[in-house]
Design a protein around this ligand. Structure first.
Ligand code: UDP
Ligand code: MG
Length: 316
């Protein structure tokens, strides 16, 4: 199989017939074998019966229905597992992504040796205030923090080499950061293609403004897990030791000052009246806690089944 097209969908019944017809129209002109994998993520509308009808006269459709709504990441992950094509393209079901982009994306992966090509909705047809502007800020933050030069990390239309989708695990709401997951797994040839974006014709967006808060937290977890997940002591141990040393030295300083003053017979204030006493106390306690957190993390990761995972690229 040359190409797998994966479409996660949740309550998109009105868009589906048009979408499948359009994809088939585009694929008629592209000389390659393909499959369409539709994942119905627990739709409450008639999406599934629409898929059943459409699939009757389109043999290359493979459809999976979740028992309930698990989210876009789970749907994509399921699609990635099922995909058999050498090139995998994901796209949204709401007709906001245009199937006309498929041939060029396919060519970029096949001929230009990209691991991943992400769409870039340079001109967007979403509401300015709740999406366009926050999305710019959010993408700039992600660029800064990850070093991956993409303008539109969370674009629904993306193309991958098969190897990529078989070696990453999209969970929670991590679909926003698939390029980061791929990059961290060693797939560093990441490209970008400006894609046409269209206004939503039917239905409503499934993600509200909370996407930006959750998205940011998810970015932090990816970065922390990939950097320190296997060696928590390198973060917590260092911070803990530093805090403890600061606390210890400053309390020792206080004590020495007091003893010296007593030795000279000067009148001194009680040590507990000095703000430094409390600061050094807090800093020593925090230092111990951080160190302990690192140590516990280290014990957990040592027992984890994935403590020694690696991916082999080739072998002779
Ligand atoms: N989607 C899904 N499960 C969900 C939410 C969304 O499969 O829980 C699908 C949805 O049907 C669409 C795609 O993910 O095909 C993108 O969703 P949406 O268009 O609502 O996102 P937006 O374009 O607003 O970012
Ligand atoms: Mg959409």
């Amino acid at each position: 199989m040359d190409l797998s097209i994966i479409i996660p969908l949740f309550d998109e019944s009105e868009s589906l017939p048009e979408l499948v017809a359009w994809i088939d129209r585009v694929m008629k002109k592209l000389p390659c074998s393909y499959e369409i994998i539709m994942i119905d993520d627990g739709s409450r509308d008639s999406s599934w019966s629409v898929i059943e009808t459409v699939a009757q006269n389109t043999p290359h459709i493979h459809a999976i229905r979740f028992r309930r709504n698990y989210g876009k990441s789970a749907a994509l992950y399921c699609g990635f597992n099922r995909a058999t094509g050498d090139v995998v393209i994901t796209m949204d079901a709401d007709l906001q992504d245009s199937p006309d982009e498929i041939p060029e994306l396919y060519r970029m992966i096949r001929d230009e040796a990209y691991d991943l090509v992400s769409g870039w909705k340079k001109i967007r047809f979403d509401s300015k205030l709740t999406k366009n502007f926050p999305s710019k800020v959010y993408n700039a933050t992600a660029r800064c923090m990850t070093g991956i030069r993409l303008h539109d990390m969370n674009c629904g239309i993306k193309a991958y080499r098969k190897e990529v989708v078989k070696n990453i695990e999209v969970y929670g709401e991590m679909h926003r950061y698939i390029p980061v997951l791929a990059y961290k797994a060693g797939f560093t040839r990441i490209g970008e293609k400006v894609v046409e974006h269209r206004a939503r014709k039917f239905g409503v967006s499934k993600f509200g403004w909370t996407r930006f808060i959750n998205g940011f937290l998810d970015l932090l977890s990816i970065l922390f897990v990939s950097r320190f997940g296997k060696k928590p002591m390198h973060l917590f141990g260092l911070l803990g030791t530093l805090m403890f040393i600061i606390g210890f030295l400053s309390s020792a300083g206080l004590g020495i000052q007091k003893l010296y003053a007593l030795h000279l017979g000067l009148k001194t204030d009680l040590v507990i009246n000095s703000p430094y006493f409390y600061l050094s106390l807090v800093s020593m306690i925090l230092g111990t806690q951080l160190f302990l957190a690192g140590f516990l993390g280290e014990l957990i990761s040592r027992n984890s089944a994935e403590r020694n995972t690696y991916q082999i690229k080739e072998e002779l």
